[in-house]
Ligand binder design. Structure first.
Ligand SMILES: [Zn+2]
Length: 542
C-alpha cells in the first residue's frame, strides 16, 4: 500500500507529553498509518530534518462563526499552527436565527465581538435558520482548518423568546423549547452549549445580551449539579484582572474546578497564555478618537492625518485635549469599551509594542525618558511607524497570574477569541506565543508539556476523538516547525475583510508546514489552496 505522504526524519513531539523521538510519519487517506522508521513508498515526501513534528494545535475558544463564511483559510489562527477550532463561544452564534432577525443578530455580534456588520453583509450568504441548517452550510464551505461548534445561549434565547429574550425570565414553555433545540443541535453534531455572564457583553443599545438576563440559576447554581449528574465536561474562562470594583484573582476559580472534580465531575478552565489586551494604533483606534479635537483629524485619510499630526499647532491642541478625557473609574472594560469608549489612559498600563516578548516599554516610561507628554510620544511613534501598535492589558495583566493559571492541572491553553474583536484585540497568536515566550524565553514549560497543552489536553476536554496526538489511526493534523524560531510576528492593521473593513492581522515565523486531515494546507506561511478541513461533530451526534 503506497502512502500519500511521508514526513521524513523529523523530531516527533507526539502530544502525549512524553519525550521527543526521531521518526517518520506515513499518511494515507487523511490519517496517520505509520510512525517510526517508515520504508513504504509515498507519493510525496516532506523533509522534516531539523524540525519539530507535532499534532496541529487546537483552540477551543473562538468566534469564527461569521468569518468561516468568507475566509476559507481560517486566519489568523491558521498562521499559528492551529488545525482545529471550536466556534460559538460566549453564547454568540448565527444560528438558530429567524430570517427577519438576521440583521439584529449581526448587530449584536458587531457590538459585542467587533465583527463589522459590513463584512457580515458582504461576506455571508445567510441561507440557514436552524442550527442543523447552519452546520450543514459550514460543512459545504471550503475550509483549510477543522471547525467544531457550540449552540449559543444568546442566539437560542432570542430564537425561542424573540425580543422578550432581552427583558424577561424564561418561562417553562421557553425552557422546554430551548431544551428541544439544544437536543436537536447535539444530535446533528454540536459540541455543546455555550453562554456568557461577562459584564462586557452588551447589545448595540447597551442593554445586556440575552444570555446575561438568564437567571443565574439557569447557569451557575446548576453548573456543578450538571457536571456531577451528567459527567459531561463543563468549562468556563479562568481569568484574573486588576480592573474594576472587585479585582478578580484566579485561584478561587481553579478551586471551584478542583472541588467539582473531587466530587466526581469533569470541569476545565479555559486559560490564556498571556494578557488579553485592547490594541490601539494610528490605523485603527487611538484612545483619543472620541475627543472633539481629534475627531476631524482622525476622519481624514491616513496621509492627511500624518500631515496634521506634524503641524506644531495641531499637535498642541491635540495634546491639550487629552485633559478632557473621561477619568478612569471602577467599571470593568473589555476590548470593545476600552477602544470605543475609553477612559483617560493609564500610561503605565499602555505599552508601545516593540516585540512579542512581553517586555515592551510603557508609554509612561517613554514619556519620562523622552521628556514628552504621553500623547506626544504616541503621536511621534505613530509618525515614525504607522504600524506602531499600543497594547492595554485588560485581563491577566500579570505574567505570574497567567503562569499560575496555565500550570493548573485542569486549565486549557485556548481563548484566542479568534474571529472576534477583529480590530480591538489579537489573541490568535497564543500558540506561537506560548512556544516562544513560556517555553523558549521563560523555560516555564518543556516543549513536550507545552505541545500537550495545545493539543492533547484540548482534544480531551472537547472530546475530539482521533485528534490531538500523533498516533496510528489518528487524523493527520500536523504542524512542522523550528523549535528555535517559532514566534508570532507583530500585528498590523489591514483592510482585508469583505467590504474593505479593517482588522488586525498577525502571522508567525518558524512554521514550515501545516497539515489538516493529511493535506498540506500551509507551507512557509502561505496557504497552498488545500481545503481539507472538516466539521468536528460532538460525541452525541447520531
Ligand atoms: Zn469569547
Amino acid at each position: 500500500m503506497a502512502l500519500d505522504l511521508i514526513i521524513r526524519g523529523g523530531t516527533v513531539v507526539d502530544g502525549s507529553g512524553k519525550p521527543r523521538f526521531s521518526g517518520d510519519i506515513g499518511i494515507k487517506d487523511g490519517r496517520i498509518v505509520e510512525i517510526g522508521k517508515v520504508t513504504t513508498a509515498a507519493a510525496r515526501m516532506l523533509d522534516a530534518d531539523g524540525l519539530i513534528v507535532s499534532p496541529g494545535f487546537i483552540d477551543g475558544h473562538t468566534h469564527m462563526n461569521a468569518q468561516v463564511a468568507w475566509d476559507p483559510i481560517g486566519s489568523c489562527s491558521c498562521w499559528h499552527g492551529v488545525t482545529s477550532v471550536v466556534m460559538g463561544n460566549c453564547g454568540f452564534a448565527l444560528a438558530p436565527c429567524k430570517p427577519e432577525e438576521r440583521e439584529w443578530y449581526a448587530r449584536c455580534l458587531s457590538a459585542v465581538e467587533d465583527i463589522p456588520t459590513e463584512a457580515m453583509a458582504a461576506g455571508i450568504d445567510w441561507s440557514w435558520e436552524t442550527f442543523p441548517e447552519y452546520l450543514a452550510a459550514v460543512e459545504r464551505l471550503p475550509k483549510a482548518i477543522n471547525y467544531g461548534m457550540y449552540i449559543g445561549h444568546s442566539a437560542l434565547r432570542m430564537y425561542v423568546m424573540g425580543k422578550r429574550a432581552l427583558t424577561e425570565k424564561a418561562t417553562d414553555e421557553d425552557m422546554t423549547r430551548m431544551a428541544r433545540a439544544v437536543q436537536q443541535a447535539l444530535k446533528v453534531g454540536a459540541l455543546g452549549f455555550s453562554s456568557s455572564r461577562a459584564s462586557t457583553h452588551l447589545t448595540p443599545d447597551d442593554t445586556p445580551v440575552a444570555s446575561r438576563l438568564a437567571e443565574w440559576e439557569e447557569i451557575l447554581e446548576r453548573l456543578r449539579q450538571v457536571a456531577l449528574a451528567t459527567k459531561r465536561p463543563i468549562m468556563f474562562g479562568v481569568l484574573a484582572t486588576k480592573q474594576g470594583d472587585d479585582p478578580t484573582s484566579w485561584a478561587y476559580q481553579t478551586k471551584y474546578i478542583d472541588d467539582t472534580v473531587a466530587a466526581g465531575g469533569r470541569m476545565f478552565g479555559q486559560g490564556t497564555t498571556r494578557s488579553i489586551n485592547a490594541i490601539f494604533s494610528l490605523k485603527s483606534y487611538l484612545p483619543f478618537d472620541v475627543l472633539p479635537a481629534w475627531k476631524p483629524v482622525r476622519a481624514l485619510p491616513l496621509e492627511e492625518q500624518k500631515k496634521r499630526l506634524r503641524d506644531p499647532e495641531v499637535r498642541r491642541a491635540l495634546v491639550a485635549a487629552e485633559a478632557a478625557m473621561k477619568p478612569r473609574d471602577k467599571v470593568f472594560q473589555g476590548g470593545g469599551a476600552a477602544t470605543t469608549d475609553p477612559r483617560k489612559p493609564d500610561y503605565a498600563n499602555l505599552f508601545a509594542l516593540k516585540g512579542v516578548d512581553w517586555d515592551d516599554p510603557s508609554v509612561e516610561q517613554l514619556s519620562k525618558a523622552r521628556g514628552q507628554h504621553p500623547v506626544e510620544v504616541m503621536i511621534d511613534l505613530s509618525l515614525a511607524d504607522d504600524n506602531q501598535v499600543y497594547v492595554q492589558p485588560l485581563v491577566n495583566e500579570s505574567p505570574d497570574d497567567v503562569l499560575g493559571i496555565l500550570r493548573h492541572q485542569r486549565t486549557l491553553a485556548t481563548f484566542s477569541d479568534s474571529g472576534a474583536h477583529v480590530c480591538q484585540e489579537m489573541g490568535s497568536s497564543l500558540q506561537t506565543h506560548f512556544l516562544s515566550y513560556w517555553v523558549r524565553k521563560r523555560r516555564a514549560f518543556t516543549l513536550e508539556q507545552a505541545i500537550k497543552k495545545l493539543t492533547h489536553d484540548n482534544a480531551v476536554a472537547w472530546e475530539m476523538s482521533g485528534r490531538g496526538l500523533l498516533r496510528e489511526g489518528y487524523q493527520a493534523d500536523i504542524v512542522l516547525f523550528e523549535e528555535e524560531r517559532i514566534r508570532p510576528q507583530l500585528p498590523t492593521v489591514e483592510k482585508d475583510l469583505p467590504g474593505g473593513a479593517r482588522r488586525l492581522v498577525q502571522k508567525a515565523e518558524g512554521i514550515r508546514a501545516t497539515l489538516v486531515n493529511g493535506a498540506v494546507t500551509f507551507e512557509n506561511g502561505e496557504a497552498t489552496g488545500a481545503r481539507s478541513g472538516a466539521v468536528l461533530k460532538g460525541r452525541l451526534a447520531s
